[in-house]
Design a protein around this ligand. Structure first.
Ligand code: HEM
Length: 254
């Protein structure tokens, strides 16, 4: 809280929005866990039915909550060095990708055990696009921003792309999760959904929480005044760099 409120105009509002996003994000995970635990028999890796339940939980934790939190790192840690903030951002995304991969293996393996068809639904198409581009975005970020060697001008030209696609992929993941919620409801309770079955109501609440999480994140990430201002030493360094190279303004570079 102090870190966020400490620098930049209007950053106390930022602290409240970040706290709200975390509360909603944790509620999303808890409601998904409750849905799988109470109505779908819990989690297990060996049986195909219960193995499927690992899929929603891992995808929500990885592709929604952790992906979102990785994006918030630059808004939350405003007084840390740019390098450590970048490393934390990359590590959170890596953890998100690993957990999401476990969720994908769970659904493909459970399909294989049941001899069920793969990759026919809109949810699965959006899901594979979201995961594939998320992995690509992470690899490009790693090579261009964390590995030494990428030139300053390549980094600064790629940075706006990285920022736009980062927000887009989070929103696509939220939309994919919504489609997944609907698909599971249609598979499991299509005959009682229209009479407001408790499982359907719980899943609808999960859907609303997912929408709220996406909205809070998009709001925080697109507020210009909440961007991380460069630290004094970063500014000095970038001015030195500018005078050395006479290139583009490096202020705010990734
Ligand atoms: C961003 C998060 C998610 C991604 C990227 C994702 C991705 C995928 C993919 C690629 C498949 C295809 C698997 C196959 O065809 O064998 C799939 C299947 C499925 N997913 Fe997701 N998913 C996500 C979240 C969810 C959530 C939150 C739910 C439910 C609450 C869910 C429910 C389903 C269902 C019901 C299937 C089909 C399983 C079946 O046919 O038995 N997914 N998902």
């Amino acid at each position: 809280m102090e870190d966020m409120a400490g620098r930049g105009p209007g950053s106390s509002g930022l602290a409240y929005m970040v706290v709200a996003s975390q509360a909603v994000g944790l509620a999303v995970i808890l409601v998904t866990g409750a849905w799988m635990g109470v109505y779908r028999g819990g989690l297990a890796w060996e049986s195909s039915g219960l193995q499927f339940n690992v899929h929603p939980l891992c995808m929500i934790i990885g592709m929604v909550f952790l992906q979102g939190d990785a994006l918030l790192v630059y808004r939350v840690f405003r007084n840390e060095s740019k390098r450590s903030t970048k490393i934390l951002h990359g590590l959170l995304h890596a953890l998100a990708l690993v957990i999401a991969l476990v969720g994908l293996i769970a659904v493909f393996e459970s399909h294989k055990k049941k001899n069920a068809p793969d990759m026919y639904s809109l949810h699965s198409w959006c899901g594979i696009v979201a995961f594939g581009f998320y992995l690509l975005q992470w690899l490009l970020g790693l090579v261009l921003f964390l590995c030494p060697g990428a030139s300053f001008s390549v980094r600064s030209r790629y940075k706006p792309q990285h920022v736009f696609w980062g927000v887009f992929l989070l929103l696509l993941s939220v939309a994919t999760a919504l489609l997944g919620v609907l698909e599971l409801l249609l598979f499991k309770i299509s005959d009682t959904y229209s009479s407001l079955a408790p499982e359907g109501v719980l899943a609808n609440m999960l859907g609303l929480l997912l929408v709220a999480f996406g909205a809070l994140l998009a709001y925080v990430l697109t507020r210009e005044e909440w961007r991380r201002p460069p630290l004094a030493e970063e500014l000095a360094l970038s001015m030195d760099f500018k005078t050395l190279t006479q290139g583009e303004s490096p202020v705010g570079s990734h």
